[in-house]
Unconditional design. Structure first.
Length: 516
């Protein structure tokens, strides 16, 4: 089966039915497809609402807003319910409209299904309370709420056949009756079983995936084609096993066609550890597509820039990924978003374009299976602190062709004092004098603050170095920072907070007006 060039996710709510006052026109219902035409996206991943209630005329589940009399969750959720109701009255089932439009325009469309949802009757949120919880609340995992697994008790139990059959019925409906080209499994809150039995229950979940594979194969055979099965997974193999997801077996046994390794953060990390997935996927020619984050922990740029997208995508490809997975771009899209969507479809577009390698920092509240990140680092007098980082640009060939314009290294040190003395080495070589600027400190993104990181970066200095073009290598580079002298009268800790590299290429001059 041909691998996608670029996967693009639209959850059907935030960038569609939430956004329009009812009734939505047919033109507006088609927007999830029409807005990505001509961009390089060849596979649209379309969300099935909450995964328990749906924004289509489901015959096996409940519609979004079905049975809700008091709309207590705000106008956005009411909009979705009313838009669905009016669209169905007009004969425009939103899911059918999108699937048909995708096929008309030559796009593949996968439906993305949240596998579980922790909503309960007691929460008062009936928008996301699905048929099984309405009719059979005993099918929830139950028990006392576990602080380490706060969602588990109220999620459905995949050890129960009734839960499995309901999920299979939903999948069959969207892939057979609606004609989707496959399915994306979204673990969402990461709960399938009682936490204490999740790891040992992995064979049960694998059997479920096997049944999904067989269902898609049956539907595809009747249609004369092949349907794709994709799964969002965790970037850490251990994190998957801890919740019962034996992803390596899924790949080895040829059950899934695509895997999407997620991190549990909104923040960009250009060095997600995907080597185990690439290795497991290679034998069965499955695809690995890395999601692109939407924010960075910075007070200059809160959103990921196109230069950061290029750098991260270059690293992911160098690690063996087949491509990237775009989601949650600012909407409605502007020329900036369309530039990102176009470029991310093919690495040759941005191979020799400006890139910004922005090194990830440790999360505020890392999960038990989070991987170590090199930042931040507290500086100590006389101790060299090393920060490794990956650069995947074609530097050697660009130098040979005379197209590499320059390399600029940036280092942010929080609470640096002008009475301190620092030394810097890159790949063993001392760096030339820096251009030093100081900042009072600024606000960071909502996602970073929501994740527990300080909402403001403290007073800091940036040290910027114009580097010799042969000092950076393709692959791992190592920056060493040593506090040679610590002005002890200032008691604040000096923190190596951020490291970045800008790679510039020679490009044709762009005029601001017309040309002959």
């Amino acid at each position: 089966m041909e691998k996608p060039k670029l996967l693009y996710y639209n959850d059907s709510r935030h960038y569609s039915l939430y956004r329009y006052d009812p009734p939505m026109s047919l033109h507006q219902l088609r927007q999830p497809v029409d807005e990505i035409l001509g961009t390089g996206v060849d596979t649209l991943v379309y969300g099935l609402a909450s995964g328990q209630t749906f924004l289509h005329d489901t015959q096996v589940g409940m519609r979004w807003g079905e049975g809700v009399e008091r709309h207590s969750q705000g106008v956005l959720w009411w909009r979705a319910a009313e838009n669905l109701r009016r669209a169905l009255e007009a004969g425009n089932d939103p899911l059918k409209v999108v699937v048909d439009r995708a096929h008309e325009k030559g796009l593949r469309i996968l439906c993305s299904l949240r596998m579980n949802e922790p909503t309960t009757r007691e929460s008062g949120n009936f928008y996301m309370l699905g048929r099984l919880k309405h009719q059979h609340p005993e099918l929830a995992i139950g028990g006392e709420v576990d602080p380490d697994h706060p969602h588990a008790a109220t999620c459905l139990d995949f050890a129960r056949e009734e839960v499995i059959e309901e999920r299979l019925a939903v999948i069959e409906e969207v892939c057979d009756r609606y004609g989707a080209d496959g399915l994306e499994m979204d673990p969402y809150v990461g709960v399938f079983f009682k936490p204490s039995t999740a790891r040992e229950s992995a064979p049960k979940l694998t059997e479920f995936v096997r049944r999904v594979r067989a269902l898609l194969d049956r539907i595809g055979k009747a249609r004369g084609t092949s349907l794709q099965l994709s799964s969002r997974v965790y970037a850490s193999e251990e994190a998957n096993l801890a919740v019962g997801m034996d992803v390596r077996t899924w790949l080895t046994d040829g059950l899934v066609d695509l895997v999407i390794p997620q991190q549990q953060s909104f923040l960009l990390d250009a060095e997600i550890p995907i080597h185990w997935l690439v290795e497991a996927a290679a034998d069965r020619e499955a695809g690995v597509y890395v999601p692109m984050a939407r924010e960075v922990y910075d007070d200059r740029d809160q959103a990921v820039t196109v230069e950061m997208y290029r750098a991260a995508a270059s690293n992911y490809r160098a690690m063996g990924a087949d491509g990237v997975y775009l989601a949650d771009l600012p909407w409605p899209h502007t020329t900036l978003e369309y530039q990102v969507i176009r470029e991310m479809s093919d690495p040759h577009i941005f191979a020799r374009k400006r890139k910004h390698y922005f090194i990830a920092r440790q999360e505020a509240n890392p999960t038990p299976h989070a991987w170590a990140r090199p930042l931040p680092v507290e500086l100590e007098e006389g101790v060299a602190k090393a920060v490794p980082f990956l650069v995947s640009d074609p530097l050697a060939s660009a130098r040979a062709d005379g197209e590499l314009k320059g390399l600029r290294l940036g280092v942010r040190v929080v609470q640096y004092c002008p009475e301190d003395e620092l030394s810097f080495r890159l790949n063993g070589s001392p760096l030339p004098p820096a251009e030093v600027t100081h900042y009072y400190g600024g606000l960071v993104s909502y996602g970073a603050a929501r994740g527990g990181l300080p909402a403001r970066i403290n007073t800091h200095h940036w040290f910027h170095f114009e580097l010799p073009t042969d000092l950076v290598v393709e692959g791992e580079n190592v920056l060493e920072v040593t506090m040679v002298k610590h002005f002890k009268a200032l008691t604040a800790e000096r923190v190596l907070h951020q490291v970045e590299l800008i790679v510039d290429y020679k490009e044709p001059f762009q005029t601001n007006g017309g040309q002959m």
